[in-house]
Design a protein around this ligand. Structure first.
Ligand SMILES: Cc1cc2nc3c(=O)[nH]c(=O)nc-3n(C[C@H](O)[C@H](O)[C@H](O)COP(=O)(O)OP(=O)(O)OC[C@H]3O[C@@H](n4cnc5c(N)ncnc54)[C@H](O)[C@@H]3O)c2cc1C
Length: 340
């Protein structure tokens, strides 16, 4: 395990904000975690910050606590296999998109709609990553996590993770108690259940003359759509959607519809999910820049850092956007990004 002192966290967060960490531990195995548990009180007290790819965090200050950077990247192993399905285990430090491409290249279906999401495998269950009608909830078999207090491994089934819309037990009741070390997925080997319900995927496939798509075709379509709509963090700092799409009760939605006949909403089990990007756009914030931070020109849900700015500035911008949406629609936007 490599240990570094006084490091700049700029390369470790996709917003590209420069804050210092007093110490950083690059762990590569369960043994590394066991060693930290045996030797450091701060570890047993869960007084540290763990990072994967830093694509879902907003740093707003220097980090005094030790920072743990997940580099568990053993080779992918097969847990069980039948004619129709395969269950794989993958190290939490593996790059998510590389893993998705590996599954597709091997003919395993289930993750193709989640192509090109930044970050590492271990953070994916944290917020049940999702895109284009699919969430990892749909294929996650279980995960193995290190119990920070007890210093031992424990298994969580899919149900035990309590995955919801950008939610899991690890963000709520069990926050700060586990380090996700290995994740298992059950994928299809044939008769793949393709999800092309999202209009943009259908249009992209049609544009390429594809009528009977493969999982690779869907992955390519998703990659093309994402590249055309979302800023590449290597070129423009961002963390994808900054806010969650808010869910409001049906009666509130109907009242809003009276004033805004073109309001965008999708029925969900507990009400109607509004498109946060649309709400922000209506307040006039889309494309606005304040100093070194702003709201993306093409996608109002994405807040961006043009370089040389501070996380505090972006936090202030996010609050101004929240206030504007609350004032206009009476709807509270909740950040999807973890603010530190
Ligand atoms: C351009 C762009 C597009 C995006 N598109 C999507 C999208 O379509 N759908 C979507 O859901 N998300 C999207 N995201 C958000 C982000 O990519 C995902 O949330 C991703 O899973 C975060 O992974 P990470 O490794 O970077 O996590 P980090 O940002 O490093 O960490 C996120 C949180 O998880 C904790 N954590 C990280 N690893 C572990 C671990 N092993 N054990 C315990 N806790 C851990 C961290 O402490 C932090 O609280 C996008 C981001 C960007 C920049």
């Amino acid at each position: 395990m490599e240990i570094a002192q006084n490091i700049d966290l700029k390369p470790y967060n996709t917003f590209g904000f420069s804050y210092e960490a007093k110490s950083a531990y690059f762990f590569q195995s369960i043994e590394d975690l066991e060693k930290l548990h045996q030797t450091h009180e701060w570890f047993r007290a869960s007084n540290f910050l763990i990072l994967g790819g830093g694509s879902n965090i907003l740093l707003t200050q220097n980090i005094e606590q030790p920072v743990l950077i997940n580099e568990i990247n053993d080779s992918i192993s097969i847990i069980e296999e039948s004619e129709d399905h395969i269950t794989l285990e993958v190290g939490a430090g593996k790059n998510w998109h590389d893993f998705v491409i590996w599954t597709i290249d091997n003919g395993y279906g289930g993750l193709e709609n989640l192509s090109l999401i930044p970050g590492k495998v271990g953070a994916a269950p944290m917020q049940n990553i999702g895109a284009y009608g699919v969430e990892i909830k749909d294929s996650l078999h279980s995960l193995r996590a290190f119990d920070i207090q007890k210093g031992e491994m424990t298994t969580f089934t899919n149900a035990a993770c309590q995955l919801g819309y950008r939610e899991s037990i690890f963000k709520r009741e069990r926050k700060g108690q586990f380090i996700i070390a290995y994740v298992r997925f059950t994928l299809t080997k044939r008769n793949h259940k393709l999800n092309t319900a999202y209009g943009a995927i259908t249009s992209e496939l049609e544009a390429n003359g594809i009528t009977t798509p493969t999982i690779k075709d869907i992955s390519n379509a998703v990659i093309a759509i994402r590249q055309s709509k979302l800023p590449d963090p290597k070129k423009l700092g961002n963390s994808g959607s900054f806010f969650k799409n808010p869910v409001v009760p049906l009666d509130i939605f109907e009242t809003l519809q009276k004033d805004y006949s073109n309001i965008v909403g999708f029925p969900v089990y507990n009400g109607v999910k509004l498109a946060a990007g649309w709400l922000i756009e209506q307040t006039g914030w889309k494309g606005k820049q304040i100093g070194n931070v702003g709201v993306h020109k093409k996608q109002a849900l994405v807040l961006v850092h043009y370089g040389g700015g501070k996380g505090e500035d972006l936090l202030a911008l996010s609050k101004a956007v929240q206030d504007a949406v609350l004032k206009k629609f009476g709807v509270t936007l909740e950040p999807e990004v973890n603010i530190l």
